[in-house]
Design a protein around this ligand. Structure first.
Ligand SMILES: *Cc1c(COP(=O)(O)O)cnc(C)c1O
Length: 409
């Protein structure tokens, strides 16, 4: 046979995703296939919905995965609520704000952006001023910006949107399952999570949730599509109809709800994977899980600092699950990454756009977020940097991280 047996290396993955999958999740994926309307399977679907509600800390009726990677979840939400000509305000502080803008634009939104420099987030007042100037129908914000390692506080934005009857959409892909995300308390109308980041499930699904305010809009658009609404309404029926089939949340509601109308074929093995991943999250407990992510972040950050390297970005708004490190002067960042991978089986991430070549990004997410991995990445990074001729405080990084771990014990 020309093609060799599949035999991927067992890497230590310290990127902002995909991260190492939970072994239990991988085992769940090997379980036998069930038919999509088999009562055994629909029970698993319902249980997954219940656990997604807990994950997002919401009482929303609608919480289910969209099949596809995280951006499929983002696209489903935006495609289903954005109507041509709608004003959508998207504050940008990194790469994924641009993704939200691009998707909203493709579905006909009049997108208004405000930008702040990468490495910081917005003061809520800056967003509130933009809201009052733009008067949008929708505000869409990234919670954890994986590209810059920053996290935008959401509560005040959510409250301001609710007071003004604006829909508030949040990309919580990077933060869900690793940092605090409170959909109901922060008055988020629709939120999107990711699997291959802090849930430690392979890429291929996007858990989402949305509330009755979003549901009302979806039902209205669905009625328009079926021609049940007065043709004299201001926008023509045709213009207001939802423009996607695969990502039409009103159809997905009929599939995940009691009607069980056939839409797509649910991704059986991914559903098993997500359900097992969620079970692991809830067994650990959301609070414990957030604390664990903070502990390992702290050990990593102390280690990096003790090595004499600088953390990129404003520490006051640091995303706890991604640590960005300034590449020292005169060091080839890509050569360091290659040696980490080839000699140590460790993967860390590079970066995009204005930060390309300037920072490395180390993820501490989900199953990858553990003591062994943090100590390994620190020891290996130090060794590789010495090999590249960097002048370092050799030997200090692992000791600094151990100080944090031993203080805990
Ligand atoms: C990873 C990520 C995405 C995109 O996820 P895919 O699964 O690659 O589609 C979107 N938003 C944020 C904040 C992310 O970190």
């Amino acid at each position: 046979m020309k093609y060799r047996d599949l035999n991927p290396s067992t890497r230590t993955i310290m990127t902002p995703g995909p991260v190492e999958a939970e072994p239990r999740v991988l085992r769940a994926m090997a379980a036998p296939i069930l038919g999509q309307f088999d009562p055994e399977f629909t029970t698993l679907m319902n249980e997954t919905m219940e656990m997604i509600r807990e994950l997002f800390r919401t009482k929303n009726r609608w919480a289910f995965p969209v099949d596809g990677t995280s951006r499929a979840g983002i696209e489903a939400v935006l495609a289903s609520i954005v109507e041509p000509g709608d004003r959508v305000l998207i504050p940008i502080y990194g790469r994924f704000g641009h993704l939200l803008s691009e998707i909203a634009e493709r579905y006909g939104a009049e997108v208004h952006n405000i930008e702040t420099s990468w490495g910081t987030v917005f003061q809520p007042e800056a967003i509130l001023r933009a809201i009052d100037r733009v008067k949008p129908k929708i505000v869409a914000v990234v919670h954890g910006e994986t590209s810059t390692g920053c996290m935008q506080p959401l509560k005040e934005i959510g409250e301001a949107c609710r007071e003004r009857d604006i829909l508030f959409v949040v990309d919580a892909v990077a933060s869900i399952g690793g940092a605090d995300v409170r959909v109901d308390e922060w008055k988020i109308d629709a939120a999107i999570g990711g699997t291959q980041k802090c849930l430690s499930v392979p890429a291929g699904m996007a858990p989402i949730t949305f509330n009755s305010r979003v549901e009302a809009l979806l039902l209205e658009r669905k009625k328009i599509e079926r021609g049940l609404v007065d043709p004299g309404s201001p926008k023509s029926a045709h213009a207001r109809a939802i423009r996607t089939n695969y990502f039409d949340l009103s159809q997905l509601m009929d599939y995940w709800g009691p009607a069980r109308l056939n839409h797509h074929t649910e991704a059986t093995s991914m559903l098993y994977a997500l359900r097992e991943g969620l079970r692991i999250v809830l067994e650990e407990g959301l609070e414990n899980r957030i604390d664990r992510h903070r502990l390992h972040e702290k050990a990593l950050v102390h280690g990096i600092g003790a090595m004499g390297l600088d953390i990129y970005g404003n520490p006051a708004c640091k995303l706890p699950v991604v640590t960005c490190i300034a590449i020292p002067e005169g060091i080839d960042g890509e050569s360091v990454r290659a040696m980490l991978l080839n000699d140590f089986d460790i993967e860390i991430a590079s970066s995009f756009g204005p930060l390309k070549g300037k920072i490395w990004r180390i993820g501490t997410m989900g199953y990858s977020c553990r003591k062994k991995n943090v100590l390994h990445v620190l020891a290996a990074l130090e060794a590789v940097l010495l090999r590249h001729g960097a002048s370092l405080q050799a030997g200090r990084a692992v000791q600094a991280a151990l100080d944090i771990y031993h203080a805990q014990a």
